[in-house]
Design a protein around this ligand. Structure first.
Ligand SMILES: [Zn+2]
Length: 96
């Protein structure tokens, strides 16, 4: 008998299992973090599972802080781009 999948099982970070908000990074960033990303994604999809990482685990896997250039310029990332812009205005980085 297969145990019932929880929301965390389905949508959670594959490393820490916490639920994260939706964001989209470029495929090269995914491949940097998960070299077998596309095959893993396909395999998990068959089981009804998403393949996601929270931002902390993504950053940890690639061994550096994420930059605004890692994120695709799509509406799903508006909140992230807004956060970066506010950080730049407050002097926490240089806008590129
Ligand atoms: Zn995580």
């Amino acid at each position: 008998m297969t145990p019932e999948l929880t929301e965390t099982d389905i949508y959670g970070c594959i490393d820490c299992h916490k639920l994260s908000f939706i964001y989209m990074v470029h495929n090269l960033v995914w491949l940097e973090a998960i070299p077998n990303y596309f095959s893993l994604k396909k395999e998990r999809k068959k089981k009804g599972l998403y393949t996601s990482l929270c931002l902390d685990c993504l950053s940890s896997r690639i061994g550096r802080l994420l930059t605004i250039n890692d994120f695709q310029n799509v509406p799903a990332n508006d909140h992230i781009r807004f956060g970066f812009r506010m950080g730049f205005k407050l002097g926490f980085g240089l806008e590129s």
